[in-house]
Every structure is written in structure tokens, then in C-alpha cells.
Design a protein around this ligand. Structure first.
Ligand code: 5GP
Length: 193
């Protein structure tokens, strides 16, 4: 049995990764399984534990790190985020395709362990547009918005390291472009698509 494909979606905060992710996950032909991250960030809005994230305290996160249970991890805006390794390996080894959504600095750690992962960097229409989105989404927390904007500037610098970048001027077009890339990759590797 072929191992599944590991697909890594990355890009700055508020660039629209979640909308693209949901479109891709809803596409039954892609057979994508979402890898749920672990985070110390508190739940926001409608988020559900075990669906959007595994919400854990610092102690549980540190324990997972100590036990080498995380494929990669990062600190973002004062909170920790990490990808549970067992889940990803289990799915890949069962021939399932896996999608992870991480900020750009996590990608290097993933590539070291899974060199044939398909990584796609989502770019904003412009930095001005991205700033607007971040300010809007975090209007109740100006300090967090500023930190996310600073981080986005650094992340955008990393985009040149990616072979595949997709500009998110329109979510449908971005989804179609990524879908094509996935389709191509899956066919090359003999995965289900
Ligand atoms: P948010 O707090 O907005 O849900 O996520 C903040 C950032 O962390 C986003 O850019 C998101 O893609 C990223 N992120 C979520 N889970 C992980 C993870 O497991 N690892 C890494 N490196 N980044 C993550």
C-alpha cells in the first residue's frame, strides 16, 4: 500500500488559510484527513475541543514535548501550538492523505522529517489588505493584532523559500489552484485523488 500524502498549508495569520482549508476538506475527491493541532491558546468563539484544536494547558503541552509526541511546534502570540505526530503517522501509514495547517516556521521541522510533503504558502493580496484583515479580526485586542502583523511581516519573507505559493485574492480561485497542485502530486505518487 502506498503511504498517504502529507499536505502542509501555511501562510500568515488571517490570510484565509481556514477558508481554503475548509474548502479542501469538504472536497471528497481529495480524501484529505485534517490533523488537529494541540494548543495552549484559549478557545475562541465557536471553536470545539477535538475538532478545531486540542485545547490543553501548559503542563500537558510540555509533557507532549518531553515525550517527543509532537512532529513540530511553535510559539505564537504567547501560546504554544504543535502537531501530534502519532495521528499523522498513523494516517499516512494507513495510506490516508493528511493535511496540516501551520504557521510558516513549523514547515521546516516538518520537511526535515517528511521531505516529500507538499507545502503550499498562501500569500495575501497585499500587506495592506492583510493588516486590514488582522485589525478587523482582532479589533478587541489591539496588542494581539499588532503582534500578528509583525509576525506576518516575518512570515511573508519566508514565502520565497516555498516552491508553491498561491495568492489569496479570491478564495475560490485559491482553492482551485491548490486543488490542481494536490491532484497533480497525488497522481505522480499514485495516491487516491
Ligand atoms: P490561531 O490562533 O489563529 O488559530 O493560529 C495562529 C497561527 O498558528 C496560525 O497561523 C495557524 O496556522 C498556526 N498553527 C495552528 N496550529 C499549528 C501547529 O500545530 N503548529 C504550528 N507551527 N502552527 C500552527
Amino acid at each position: 500500500m502506498n503511504k498517504g500524502l502529507l499536505f502542509v498549508l501555511t501562510g500568515a495569520s488571517s490570510v484565509g488559510k481556514k477558508d481554503i482549508r475548509d474548502r479542501l476538506l469538504g472536497d471528497e475527491q481529495l480524501h484529505l484527513n485534517y490533523s488537529i493541532s494541540m494548543t495552549t491558546r484559549p478557545k475562541r468563539g465557536e471553536e470545539v475541543d477535538g475538532r478545531d484544536y486540542y485545547f490543553v494547558n501548559h503542563e500537558a503541552f510540555a509533557q507532549a514535548l518531553r515525550n517527543r509526541e509532537l512532529l513540530e511546534y511553535t510559539e505564537f502570540d504567547g501560546y504554544y501550538y504543535g502537531t501530534p505526530k502519532h495521528q499523522v503517522d498513523f494516517l499516512l501509514n494507513s495510506g490516508k492523505n493528511v493535511m496540516v495547517e501551520v504557521e510558516a516556521q513549523g514547515v521546516g521541522q516538518i520537511k526535515l522529517q517528511y521531505p516529500d510533503a507538499l507545502c503550499v504558502f498562501v500569500e495575501p493580496e497585499s500587506m495592506e489588505e492583510l493588516e486590514k484583515q488582522i485589525m478587523l479580526r482582532y479589533r478587541d485586542d489591539a496588542a494581539s493584532a499588532q503582534r500578528r502583523i509583525s509576525k506576518a511581516l516575518v512570515e511573508l519573507e519566508l514565502s520565497s523559500l516555498f516552491r508553491h505559493t498561491v495568492k489569496n485574492t479570491d478564495v475560490d480561485a485559491a482553492y482551485e489552484e491548490i486543488r490542481r497542485l494536490l491532484d497533480e502530486h497525488m497522481r505522480e505518487r499514485g495516491n487516491k485523488a
